[in-house]
Ligand binder design. Structure first.
Ligand SMILES: Cc1cc2nc3c(=O)[nH]c(=O)nc-3n(C[C@H](O)[C@H](O)[C@H](O)COP(=O)(O)OP(=O)(O)OC[C@H]3O[C@@H](n4cnc5c(N)ncnc54)[C@H](O)[C@@H]3O)c2cc1C
Length: 387
């Protein structure tokens, strides 16, 4: 049995947030070890499928603006320092009725964050982006700086940089148990045990497995990635087809341009039925029509120019909180753990910043980013329940 006592930070899970946390912590001079149960950048969690939307029009709430403000320069830095191509600009659209929460919140976040944006009236939307089915009431907030991150490339780049800064990385190594007290964390991986001053828990869909005593109200939901193609493929490339979120009554979905020749990636929005999973491992079954039917229905109604039969599809999953806000912070019940989970289907764009905030908390005990909306203790005080 190996028994090592001298780590500043252990990172549990090296997906979107954990890989970035290992990079940020090692770059700041911490002695870091990172554990990943699968290979680096695998397809069993929440961060695969070649593309994720990056946008700063954050209809989820203006409390996310400080996070995205920190995320954007970190993605640029990851790209610069790794030399990998990670981000493609496509612009972004939030489409819905003028008086909808989607449009109001997208505008509010763009104004507060000072992000470049335009409000498009229905005829401008139809004229500039004719790929979308026109609805006379639909406005759009257009954000020219939005685009597409490549999740697997981001994770690989962050792990490479972390290693370059001296982090020890342990792929195919499952953390099987942790014990924590004020002085630090003991980590078991099968026969080996490790000790660190702080652990960043970034285990995605497995988030609650290592934290049963915290009783966080998270559930895991299967959420498929589905690709569509059409006759005019150039019309759906990033130069002409922005990433989008659409909430127009029954038209409820999101999409990403064809960045890699596989087609437009489309998802049905929160109103579509998606199965809850007892355990993340239950997501291993193949795609079937329960996955593709709601997305094909959305595609048929939203895109007259696309063939509404899925060209390809893959399972993915979300770890969801009851209020769909992140869990990001430290709880008084586990002061040596920094918790980063429950990203509820909108966490990738913020992953670089969420990770950096975790490192602030692990090394300095505080962060400049306001975190009260994401507090792990909000559930125990009764807030955020009821969905
Ligand atoms: C269909 C779909 C589309 C999405 N689209 C977008 C989008 O366009 N834009 C956006 O911003 N967000 C999007 N999201 C959300 C985003 O992808 C997730 O919020 C984010 O990837 C979650 O990152 P994570 O680090 O929490 O989880 P993961 O990246 O899954 O990482 C968790 C890691 O922990 C490892 N692990 C777990 N348990 C252990 C253990 N015991 N020991 C060692 N390792 C362990 C796992 O193997 C995994 O690698 C989407 C999500 C889905 C499902």
């Amino acid at each position: 049995m190996r028994n090592t006592n001298s780590y500043d930070i252990a990172v549990l899970g090296l997906g979107a947030v954990g890989s970035m946390a290992a990079w940020r912590a090692a770059a700041r001079g911490a002695r870091v070890i990172g554990f990943e149960r699968y290979d680096i950048a695998h397809a069993h969690g929440s961060s695969h499928g070649g593309s994720r939307i990056f946008r700063q029009t954050l209809f989820e709430g203006t409390e996310y603006v400080p996070l995205v403000n920190r995320a954007r320069p970190l993605w640029n830095r990851l790209e610069r320092e790794s030399g990998a191509a990670l981000f493609q600009v496509s612009g972004g659209l939030c489409i819905g009725p003028e008086d909808s929460a989607l449009i109001a919140n997208a505008l509010a976040s763009a104004r507060i964050g000072g992000f470049e944006h335009e409000l498009l009236e229905p005829d401008e939307l139809a004229g500039r982006f004719p790929q979308h089915a026109a609805i006379p009431e639909d406005f759009a907030v257009f954000e020219p700086g939005a685009g597409v991150l490549d999740p697997e490339a981001c994770i690989r780049a962050a792990v490479r940089l972390a290693t370059g800064h001296g982090a020890e990385i342990a792929p195919r190594t499952e953390v099987t148990a942790i014990e924590h007290d004020e002085s630090g964390v003991s980590i078991r991986t099968g026969a080996d045990s490790f000790r660190a001053r702080r652990a960043i828990v970034a285990t995605g869909a497995w988030f609650t497995d290592l934290l049963p005593d915290l009783a966080l109200p998270l559930k895991v939901q299967r959420s498929p990635l589905v690709w569509f193609t059409g006759a005019d493929r150039p019309a759906y490339r990033p130069e002409r087809f922005p990433v989008f979120i659409r909430r127009s009554g029954e038209l409820d979905g999101w999409g990403i341009p064809d960045v890699d020749g596989n087609g437009v990636k489309i998802g049905a929005g929160p109103s579509a039925p998606k199965p809850w999973l007892q355990r993340p491992e239950d997501n291993g079954y193949p795609i079937d029509e329960r996955d593709t039917d709601p997305v094909e229905k959305f595609c048929a109604a939203a895109f007259p120019g696309l063939n509404p039969v899925a060209a390809s599809a893959a399972p993915c999953m979300n770890s969801r909180t009851t209020d769909r806000d992140f869990v990001l912070g430290v709880t008084r019940r586990a002061p040596s753990l920094v918790l980063a989970g429950g990203f509820s289907g909108h966490g990738f764009k913020h992953a670089s910043a969420s990770a950096d905030v975790c490192v602030d908390l692990a090394l300095d005990g505080a962060s400049d980013v306001p975190l009260s909306r994401f507090s792990p203790d909000r559930f125990s005080s009764g807030q955020g329940e009821g969905q």
